[in-house]
Design a protein around this ligand. Structure first.
Ligand code: B12
Ligand code: SF4
Length: 513
């Protein structure tokens, strides 16, 4: 009988109403898929929002030999309780944790969680498969690489597990089966095609956790995943959530070329930096269905940039934003408030770029300490903070600044974005240009149709959506857009029928290729 393994995630209760927090970390799906492919009976449990007595019962009923928990900073409190509940339900199971929080706080977490046997530091695939294999063989699981575990002398740290050499191996289709509490339409649209980032931002732990060398999945593996999700789950909108999706532009263009022929029925967004975008790549992305890019700007203040280790050149930013507008890709920005030394006046360049740079949206987040970041290491060395902030269970304990000025700055900037960003929608003449540049591609036609709808020109909108239907008869977004129009004019039944047709089209289109 294959060894039974339960992989679990639970978000903190204060976040259970937030879609993003409820999703299981992408890496837990990878571990689940790799374990299943290797022949283990792995089951993935998303316990977000589930009551503790039910969790205890469910684990006892499944009776796994090994339990793995994903423990990040934002689900710290829930993970700690999960260890206690799992230990009560399964007194003899081996209970391990992995994820960004426990990787850097292994000793402190083990000291506070008596039910937890071990922590896997860093990338989990090789270490967890090794551990499971040892359990199956009856050899000492404590010797698996990458582990921090309890020993007579305190906490023992085994040497690091080898990094996965071929990332494609971490993304088998087995990760989409045997998942409880996972809603495919919410969880599966997020795609990650690489690990590592060449950046060295001080507020981010990616450089230390994943390294500054980029490892990439092959185009074939990414396209196979998209096709699978379209066919089996009817997903037609994806978010590439790589840290810097465009870090290697030739690879992005190669991917786009295949997407255009193999999965013409999708739209997508991605995240990037201004210094990794150019006209040729942006056009390839637009033609392959990219409709939005979120750009990490963080701050435009030179002092702030120095502190955060990220230099965004204002001129280049302006050029990139206007290139995106010319090609027809919407832009969003990530901005950070609460940087030491930042004042409302020093946010003038950000306001300028929001009002006149053509941004469609911006998200403001407070500067936070995370374990494994240079920002935290420096502050700790200077005696300003210690690890206790990660154990308080409150988001605010992570904020670098908690003063009144910071709260005001964040509120004001938020209001400024709400007022100004909506004014930056593409104008009719801009969309007409996008249509010409892209030989009337699907995403430009959608923009055109939607702009017509907003302007009350229902017939023109219908024509644009029907053009998609005519030129790409099985393209799901043709149906989807017509469904939007039907909803708009109160034809609910027709909208439902068209939505069903969109899902069917996505599935049939991938089957027929
Ligand atoms: C894509 C992404 C998202 C997406 C999708 C998340 C998802 N559920 O798939 C969205 C937009 C929803 C999102 C939201 C958030 N995210 Co996010 N996200 C990422 C990003 C860019 C990639 C995640 C990923 O797939 N990585 C690749 C996989 C393979 O790695 P992994 O999930 O970490 O898992 C590996 C290891 O951690 C370990 N591991 C993990 N769990 C376990 C369990 C066991 C038993 C074992 C052995 C090993 C193990 O092994 C895994 C496989 O190698 C990362 C940055 C990064 N590069 O990782 C940030 C990151 C994970 N996010 C982060 C944050 C803060 C958030 C939010 C809280 C933001 C917010 N304020 O809303 C929310 C929380 C939502 C959530 N439930 O995770 C931080 C977490 C920092 C921390 N210390 O916890 C990160 C690290 C970004 C950063 N560098 O600061 N995120
Ligand atoms: S913030 Fe983005 S660009 Fe900077 S190191 Fe992290 S992942 Fe890389």
């Amino acid at each position: 009988m294959p060894l039974r393994i339960a992989l679990c995630y639970r978000c903190d209760d204060r976040h259970k109403g937030e879609l993003y927090a409820r999703l299981v970390p992408g890496g837990l799906l990878c571990l689940h898929g790799v374990l299943r492919r290797t022949g283990f009976d792995s089951r993935l449990f998303n316990f977000s929002g589930v009551g503790w007595p039910q969790i205890e019962q469910r684990l006892a009923r499944f009776a796994p030999r090994l339990v793995g928990v994903s423990h990040f900073t934002h689900n710290h409190a829930a993970s700690m309780r999960l260890y206690a509940v799992a230990r009560t339900a399964l007194p003899r199971a081996v209970l391990v944790a992995g994820g960004e929080q426990v990787t850097y706080l292994d000793e402190a977490v083990l000291a506070r969680a008596p039910g937890l046997d071990a922590i896997v530091r860093g990338e989990g695939e090789a270490a967890l498969v090794d551990l499971a294999q040892r359990l199956k063989d009856g050899s000492r699981w404590q010797d698996a690489p990458g582990l921090s575990h309890r020993a007579d002398s305190g906490i023992a740290r085994n040497s690091a597990a080898p990094p996965v050499s071929d990332l494609d191996d971490c993304y088998p289709v087995e990760r989409f089966v045997a998942c409880e509490g996972v809603r495919p339409e919410e969880q599966f649209p997020f795609l990650v095609t690489s690990r590592g980032c060449p950046g060295r931002c001080t507020f981010c732990d990616t450089p230390s956790f994943w390294g500054t060398r980029l490892r990439l999945r092959s185009v074939k593996s990414v396209v196979a995943e998209i096709r699978h999700l379209m066919r089996e789950h009817g997903v037609i909108y994806f978010g590439f959530r790589d840290d810097t999706f465009t870090a290697q532009r030739e690879r992005v263009r190669a991917l786009c070329t295949v997407l255009i022929t193999e999965t013409p029925g999708i739209l997508w967004s991605c995240q990037s930096r201004v210094d990794t975008l150019d006209a040729k790549t942006l056009l390839a992305m637009k033609l392959a269905g990219c409709e939005q890019i979120q750009i990490g700007i963080e701050t435009l203040d030179p002092q702030g940039q120095k502190l955060l280790g990220k230099r965004v050149d204002r001129e280049r930013l302006g050029r990139t934003l206007s290139l995106c507008r010319q090609i027809g890709i919407r832009t969003g920005a990530y901005l950070i408030t609460g940087i030491p030394g930042q004042t409302d006046a020093s946010l003038a360049p950000e306001r300028e770029i929001i009002a006149h740079g053509g941004l469609h949206d911006a998200i403001v987040s407070p500067l936070c300490y995370y374990p494994g970041t240079a920002l935290f290491a420096r502050a700790r060395a200077a005696g300003q903070v210690n690890e206790d902030i990660f154990f308080s269970g409150r988001d605010e304990s992570l904020f670098v600044r908690r003063d009144r000025e910071t709260r005001q700055m964040s509120r004001r900037l938020g209001r400024f974005i709400e007022t100004h960003a909506p004014r930056n929608v593409f104008s009719a003449s801009e969309i007409a240009e996008h249509l010409a540049r892209t030989d009337r591609c699907v995403s430009a036609l959608l923009d055109w149709g939607r702009a017509c709808l907003a302007a009350g020109q229902a017939d023109e909108a219908h024509d644009a959506f029907m053009e998609i239907r005519r030129r790409w008869p099985r393209h799901p977004w043709g149906f989807e857009a017509l469904a939007e129009q039907a909803t708009d004019s109160g034809r609910a039944r027709e909208a439902r029928r068209l939505r069903l047709a969109a899902t069917r089209a996505a599935r049939e289109d991938t089957r027929s290729r």
